[in-house]
Design a protein around this ligand. Structure first.
Ligand code: GLC
Length: 533
């Protein structure tokens, strides 16, 4: 699955923002890369306070990206190339410009229009919940006469009011949206913050309860969190699954669910729920053999218990690009935010070498693999965006304590040796919405095309070979020295990843692909992965 962050993929209109026409034109590139499906980040009508994760109309396309007709054409064109189309559904919150929220603001306290959200009265902030984007999770409204009104809940920005999922209209409305897109041929949805939809009755204080909630030492289950990973969310997904199964072919879902415990994650992929859930344990794992092996084993075991296969992902639009994460020899902690690595100098050559090995590791594992656009070009995080260029609401909401996620969202370099590297047409009226670095000429897709040593050709070769791997070939760990990950996938493949500081002997069999040069005797250098059969 290839994640298209549409505003940074390819700009055809020349306004500096990626669009549907740009994606349509690049579909052959994705077909050649060898992906089965694209997941497109939100393209719906939105005032863009959180890059489209603030949806004003779930059944229309934002003019920034194109039109509904272009969306239909894109879906059909992707299908013609054998690429399935997954959209991004944002059910936890809507935009403050959504007609429902406008109606709620125009309606009195206690009205049915307000019941679709979480409104609370009183002079004091209703509870102690804070937003992961910084600041309180509540904003106070103003009455028509200018006096302070009720408060409303927003786990993210104030422009993203949370929906009340106990309200039957909310449930019915999202089923309508699912049908709308399924009827247009969309193959499935990625579900945004799938773990947050239900809140505890009475909206109790957090009282300092951290998330993930630590497991009590006596083995009893951790107490429920008031707004994350509550058991009630699963009824929603069972209902959606029934709808998806009523289509031919059945439609699919993948959850963005941040839960600590893999057994909690597996609950989202029980047979009558969703088809996949992002494996953030893998995304956050440091480049350490014991941790990686433990994450792989735990993921496989917890999913096997519910008859599902895990997913694997190295980067996405919310975290530090993995080339830059792996470029920190000193960093062995979990890294999601730039602030966690910025003071530790990057060795990008090391980061790239490890990223190549990490890709072969990921593509050899059983289950779904997710590529974030630009992973296949080896793009690093852009860590030195000027303050004035930053657009992520996290930058303002955190009082400039966190720079946010813009560094992984910089528009892709396609071709040429000068800015904007083919992202926008020659005659563009505006520069890319985030500035690209001026040293990306060697990283463009055109520069890497046909170069056997490039990241792009490694991805193409790996995906070609992956197609020949039986999806159900089990993973078996093979004997290996400390610091080496070595496993087989039935008779189809043996994968060896060298995370020791020195050379190790080659795996048995014929080398099919290596992430970097091997020694003349076949020995595998550090931070290198080999596929053999
Ligand atoms: C998810 C998205 C992120 C967005 C947030 C609020 O975590 O991946 O980009 O800001 O939800 O919708």
């Amino acid at each position: 699955m290839y994640q298209v962050y549409i505003r940074s993929f390819a700009d055809d209109s020349g306004d500096g923002v990626g669009d549907i026409a740009g994606l349509r034109r690049r579909l052959p590139y994705l077909a050649e890369l060898g992906v089965d499906a694209v997941w497109i980040n939100p393209w719906y009508r939105s005032p863009m306070h959180d890059a489209g994760y603030d949806v004003a109309d779930y059944r229309d396309i934002d003019p920034l990206f194109g039109t509904l007709d272009e969306a239909q054409d894109l879906i059909d064109a992707a299908h013609a190339l054998g690429i399935r189309v997954i959209l991004d559904l944002v059910p936890n919150h809507v935009s403050h410009e959504h007609p429902w929220f406008r109606e709620a603001l125009a309606s009195p306290p206690g009205s049915p229009a307000r019941d679709r959200f979480h409104f609370r009265s009183g002079d004091a902030v209703p509870n102690d919940w804070v937003s992961p984007f910084g600041g309180p999770a509540w904003t106070r409204t103003t009455n028509p006469d200018g006096t302070p009104g009720e408060w409303y809940l927003h786990l993210f920005t104030p422009e993203q009011p949370d929906l009340n999922w106990n309200n039957p209209e909310v449930r019915a409305e999202f089923l309508r949206t699912l049908r709308f897109w399924f009827d247009r041929g969309v193959d499935g949805f990625r579900i945004d913050v799938a773990h947050a939809l239900h809140k505890a009755p009475g909206l109790p204080d957090l009282d300092g309860l951290p998330y993930p909630v630590p497991q009590p030492a006596d083995g009893t289950p951790a107490p429920a969190h008031p707004f994350f990973d509550r058991d009630e969310v699963h009824a929603i997904y069972r209902e959606w699954r029934a709808l998806a199964d009523s289509y031919d072919p059945p439609r699919v879902f993948v959850a963005e669910a941040w839960v600590n415990d893999p057994t909690r994650l597996a609950r989202y992929v029980r047979p009558d729920e969703l088809h996949g859930a992002f494996n953030f344990d893998f995304l956050l794992a440091p480049w350490k053999p014991d941790v990686l092996r433990a994450v792989i084993d735990r993921s496989l075991a917890s999913h096997a218990a519910v008859g599902a296969l895990p997913t694997w992902v190295l980067s996405n639009h919310d975290g530090v690009r993995h080339v830059s994460k792996l470029a920190r020899p000193q960093t062995d902690t979990r890294v999601a935010l730039l602030s966690q690595v910025r003071d530790d100098p990057a060795d990008l050559a090391l980061g790239e070498r490890r990223a190549r090995a990490a890709a072969l590791l990921m593509f050899a594992l059983p289950g779904g693999a997710y590529i974030y656009q630009g992973d296949e070009l080896g793009l690093p995080e852009v860590e030195d965006l000027p303050d004035a260029a930053l657009r992520d609401p996290i930058w303002e909401r955190s009082g400039h304590a966190e720079r946010g996620r813009d560094g992984c969202r910089v528009p892709l370099p396609w071709s040429g040796d000068r800015l904007p590297y083919g992202f926008s047409p020659e005659e563009a009226s505006a520069p890319p919405w985030l500035p690209q670095p001026d040293d990306w000429a060697p990283r463009t897709a055109a520069a890497q095309d046909g170069d056997p040593d490039s990241m792009l050709e490694l991805y193409r070769a790996a995906l070609r070979l992956r197609r020949t791997l039986p999806a159900d070939a089990p993973l078996t760990w093979l004997p290996a020295p400390d610091g080496v990950l070595h496993f087989s996938r039935g008779d189809a493949l043996r994968c060896l990843v060298n995370l020791t500081g020195g050379d190790v002997a080659a795996p048995e069999g014929k080398v099919l692909l290596a992430s970097g040069p091997l020694h003349d005797d076949g020995a595998v250098p550090p931070d290198t992965a080999v596929w053999a059969r």
